[in-house]
Design a binder for this molecule. Sequence first.
Ligand code: PRX
Length: 653
Amino acid sequence: MAGDDQRQGGVDSGDRVEPPPSFVEQANVTDADVRARFEGDWPDCWAAAADLLDWETDYDAVLGGERPPFRWFDGGRLNACHNCVDRHLGDRKNQVALTWEGRLGESRTYSYLDLHREVNEFAAALRDLGVAEDDVVTLYMPVVPELVVAMLACARIGAPHSVVFAGFSADALATRMAAADSTYLVTCDGYYRRGAPVHQKNKADNAAIALDDDVEATVVVDRLGDDAPLGDDEYDYEDLVTEYRGATVDPVPRASTDQLFLIHTSGTTGEPTGVRHTTGGYLAHAAWTSRAVLDLEPEDTHWCSADIGWITGHTYTVYGPLAVGATTMLYEGTPDHPEKDRVWELIERNAVDVFYTAPTAVRAFMKWGEQYPEAHDLSSLRLLGTVGEPINPRAWKWYHEHIGGGDCPVVDTWWQTETGGMMVTTLPGVDTMKPGSAGPPLPGVDARVVDAAGDPVDPGETGFLVLTRPWPGMPLSMVEDDGWFADHDPARPDLSGFEWAYGTEDGATVDEDGYVTLLGRVDDVVNVSGRRFATMEIEAAIADVEGVAEAAVVSGPHDLKGRAIYAYVSAAEDAAEADLREDVADAVADAIGPVAEPDVVVFTPELPKTRSGKIMRRLLEAVASGEDLGDTSALRNPEVVGELESALADRDR
Ligand code: PRX
């Protein structure tokens, strides 16, 4: 499982670090009894989250009626855009809502008033293009302010958005649009990647062709500045907001359980799953965790470095920080361009208070060396966070010391696309931190580590992390309890003893203090650099390559990324390996995007199979990690093991 390799060599993993008094004094949550209080008052405790929002109609019950369905804040109506923008106009209309740092060194800021104006204009434009309440609008852009404006404009008119990561391919875009039944697209002409333009619009055009041109309107943001000609039903973003200058659109009140957005993620099947999030529960969860865990106050500048195309960017770049009225920073570029001190230069220049990133990034910073952060004044930082994968104690400590100067708490936050917001983490103003361990469940969350029979494991024993109670940020399929579990959750452990439970598909241990340490996925999903892919999806792309007889994809260790994608490919007799290697990479890039390209491709005459013909993935994982292969007696073709090992060893040389 992920993280083991890194944890084994970990320095002092038994360490405890107390939050510094200077932090605790000013923290939003300092009440040591908060967990007990929430526990004693569940589910009503979650009113604390809902009360952070403005409700157009008050809810009747924190968790409504007969359950399931799990109707959080039942009867309440609200608008997410109103909550993230309009309601801040009263006392901080001139405060910066959004500050953007572009890839070419440009920057732009939007006050709450600016954001309000442009969101209204774009919402008016979308409406006139025909977007009605509940129509899904696909957004396919890099991290530019227009993406946030478009998300909020959709929220304003009650049209769920579906953000597709800009690095995904035309095919991936088309699949996601078709799956969501989405016929409206907002994209851009292109963007810069390491200084070179990527032609995003070409990908969007190819997706439209794949969709038989079933796209009613496409709005194009001119990011490259080259005024590319537009076709029928295509509109320039800037022209639209100019045309609708000064227009206003009343925020549409939505039921708490109405859909705010959907986002596709990789499940264990070959098809991406659309996870639909609610308006009230999701936003309350986002706002509450932004205050309690990220400790955000309106005067703070928060930088979540995740791309908005992933759930982390949705919740902690856009909805959470804006709901609490803070300044959110957007960065389009990479951390080492133009120089390896880019991140520290941005933190210094923007006086960032809270920085939230992936452990992969921390490990890269660590490798580059402390001379880069040392050259900058990072004293504005108050809190650091990580998300997306386990952080090994050595990287945690480096982050704490060299970036946080030893006096910023570090929150290691565990959650998933499905949970909408953070679920397992220390509260920075309350809890002792243990490097390498995410911490106890959030107040009000019931997370347990159980064995295959569904019984709690002893401290230190490995088990499955399960969530045994609903939470406000739960997705609509769980709210509705529409059989989603049966379809999407193999729920390895037997959860029938719980009244309700969700198997997270993560392995974990828990210690005597109830701190959960995550060990990685137990299903066929791989998290690379905090991004999530299904091995089956990658396999399907490779299997389509001419000359490939069979392919199996597993995850293996990687020093920087935590996990890497390993593809084992057996070629048809007459295929040349060198050509195939390139074709394999291209096929994955075309089907999903370059981000999913395997890190390692191993050619093998055959894949290891059991006598019943099943590929033995456990063995491929063990070969990738250089671990003991265990019992191979069930193999039909044991001779292939030696070949695999030597193929990998050759590669290492
Ligand atoms: O394996 C866990 C890992 O990321 C998975 C969820 O991926 P995704 O839905 O893309 O969401 C990522 C950002 C919320 C989980 O099943 N994961 C997430 N956070 C952590 C983590 N693993 C260890 N420690 C974490 N803090």
